[in-house]
Design a protein around this ligand. Structure first.
Ligand code: NDP
Length: 596
């Protein structure tokens, strides 16, 4: 039998189900999310910003403003742009990086690109008049677009870059927040908008000995071009005589591996769970088509994409890519009966069989092909789409080191050990991802102190409590744009935009109505959680079949972490819900204190 036929044979659904469970069981670990290492202490150097000149100083800012926005990524920028449009311009933006961009400021690794279509991903395209150059724009273009947003909405005047929140506390007498920063700023604000990012806190794998490695090592979100040479698109010339090891085969590694393969003398890809990689089919934007789009096109297209990937099956698929083909049916939804359950399972299995067939067809070495087969459902990990990742493994200088689901055993001063074999490397790259399901304050890197001196981590010791994911009782006027009890979506920017819209609506209401304090009632918070919780079952049922990863809390999770769930079904459902709530105009669930 030819090796490309091995995985195309008709495995029965029972056999596939068993195979998926066996792969899951092999990977479950008792330490779950705790296996990862934070970039502190011995690993602090991994967090250093390589994109700014060292030694930056500035005078401390001491002022009173209406709003402090934490974060200059898409969340913070969209909030700031919407506030500006609403006539609220007296705000500050505090940002850790040296510029706007968030994800796109940090992720400059070679070949980084938007993994959903740029026409639906890049926000406010109709307002900036910008035409993305490609269907899936590359990172430098997206970063430049963030800068364009900054200029278009006059946000640079408000930005404090290379600055982190040191302390944030509510003053009950003044009814204001007092914000201290790492640069000794002292800012008093009526309102806070925390847009701290979804995937921004890089993590290292839990492998013993990382700190002993004597070569160069960095995380993909802190790429060191001074070591690799080249640029995000070009050949990395300084790697021509280097042995490079990369740990991880997630969405980031899938983008970066082809460029490393072209540049390095030898590339070792250390794999714990194989990626599912479908067809990409990137292409330049047709200016005529783009110019023909009618006003309102972007909102329509964003909605169309989200409908198409959440099983709503719009009449016309405007996007027509592998996302919208594969996700046409939401295989993670809670089936209504056994018949539907079997149908969903069949569709999911067939989609993944297609992915496995593609691997068998492209990878020339049958053993490598077998090791790269993903044995899990399409919703278990973020699906990847790439046309150069799989062919890279046909190059003689690229070596797959599969760890049979166990991960790398050890890092030594000179290399990595798997199954008793040491693989010496000069450069070690961690494509090990970001914290997603750890505590919110842990990911933020600060712990706001609300009424009665109670910090957010104390207030949420039993799990988060919010109304609409945007405000929490005991933390007046502190708005959040996050996935914690908020919205989530395949197109992250869509969910961020919907939450930001709601935040700005509430904040604007407070400013125009001269309201000093807004916060939710405890009952409304519990009711909101029950609304979210009711949507959990489909995904929870599906996740129990999955190999571990950040989407299922590494196969673990408890009631406390379950309280951090987002609106699971579709961001369009979230948007409808809060839209209807806003239209009612009675602000039910929130308590207001008028300014005296
Ligand atoms: P992920 O968390 O998806 O991947 C981390 C990788 O590291 C996994 O392959 C994981 O294996 C592996 N790993 C962890 N520990 C070990 C270990 N001890 N030994 C060996 N391997 C290990 O991170 P990414 O940065 O790839 O992606 C994160 C998310 O960022 C994506 O899911 C996507 O949402 C987003 N992203 C978006 C892009 C875009 O274009 N918009 C591009 C890139 C990323 P295992 O699977 O077994 O845990």
């Amino acid at each position: 039998m030819a090796h490309d036929e091995i995985y195309t044979e008709n495995l029965s659904i029972d056999q596939l189900r068993e195979k998926y469970q066996a792969e899951r069981q092999k990977r479950l670990r008792s330490d779950g999310v705790a296996q990862y290492k934070e970039l502190v202490g011995d690993y602090e150097e991994f967090d250093r910003d390589p994109y700014v000149e060292p030694g930056f100083t500035r005078d401390a800012v001491i002022e009173e403003v209406d709003v402090v926005i934490v974060g200059g990524g898409f969340g913070g920028m969209i909030a700031a742009a919407n506030l500006t449009k609403a006539g609220i311009t007296n705000f500050r933006i505090v940002e850790k990086g040296g510029d706007f961009g968030g994800t796109w400021y940090w992720n400059r690794y070679p070949n980084a690109a938007c993994d959903v279509e740029s026409y639906v991903y890049l926000p406010l395209l109709e307002e900036t008049g910008y035409m993305p150059t490609e269907k899936y724009a590359k990172a430098p273009e997206i970063f430049a677009y963030c800068q364009l947003l900054g200029r278009t909405f006059d946000l640079y005047r408000a930005a404090l870059f290379q600055t982190e929140i040191a302390d944030m506390r509510w003053d009950e007498n003044l009814k204001r927040w007092q914000v201290a920063t790492s640069r000794a700023d002292d800012i008093s604000a009526k309102f806070i908008v925390i847009a701290g990012g979804v995937l921004h806190k890089a993590k290292l794998p839990g492998i013993p000995g990382i700190e002993t490695f004597a070569g160069r090592a960095f995380h993909t979100s802190r790429w060191d071009y001074s070591y690799t040479g080249g640029s995000s698109q070009g050949l990395m010339d300084k790697l021509a005589d280097k042995r490079v090891g990369i740990i991880g085969t997630g969405a980031t590694a899938v983008q970066v591996v082809p460029k490393l393969a072209e540049s390095a003398k030898e590339l070792f890809v250390f794999q714990r769970t194989p990626a599912a990689v479908g067809i990409r089919g990137n292409k330049p934007t047709d200016p005529q088509w783009f110019g023909s789009l009618k006003p309102g096109w972007q909102a329509e297209r964003i909605t169309n994409f989200t409908q198409a990937v959440t099983g709503a099956q719009p009449e016309i698929d405007l996007i027509q890519d592998e996302w919208t083909r594969m996700m046409r049916v939401d295989t993670r939804k809670l089936p209504e009966n056994e018949e539907e359950a079997q149908e969903l399972e069949r569709i999911d299995f067939e989609n993944m069989q297609g992915i496995r067939q593609r691997i068998a067809q492209i990878i020339e070495d049958p053993k490598t092909a077998e090791l790269m087969m993903p044995w899990y459902g399409q919703g278990c990990k973020r699906p990847c789409f790439h046309d150069e990742y799989l062919p890279a493994f046909n190059r003689p200088n690229v070596h797959l080191v599969d760890t049979d689901g166990k991960g790398v055993d050890q890092v030594t001063p000179t290399g990595l050990v798997v199954n008793g074999v040491e693989y010496p490397v000069d450069l070690l790259i961690f494509a090990s991802g970001f914290e997603v399901t750890t505590d919110y304050t842990h990911r933020l890197g600060f712990d706001p102190v609300g009424r009665d001196g109670i910090s957010l981590s104390q207030g949420w010791s039993e799990g988060p409590a919010t109304l609409h994911g945007v405000l929490s009782r005991g933390f007046p006027n502190m708005f959040m744009i996050s996935t914690v009890q908020g919205a989530q979506a395949t197109n992250f920017v869509h969910s961020i935009s919907e939450v930001a819209k709601h935040v700005v609506f509430l904040l604007t209401h407070c400013v125009t109505q001269n309201i000093a304090v807004i916060e939710p009632s405890a009952d409304a918070q519990e009711e909101w959680f029950q609304t979210l919780f009711a949507q959990l079952w489909g995904v929870a049922r599906y996740n129990a079949t999955c190999t571990p990863g950040y989407l299922n809390s590494e196969g673990g999770g408890d009631m406390r972490s379950a309280r951090a769930i987002a609106w699971m079904t579709s961001v369009l459902g979230f948007a409808d819900y809060v839209e209807t709530w806003r239209a009612q105009g009675d602000f039910v669930g929130f308590d207001f204190t008028p300014a005296s």
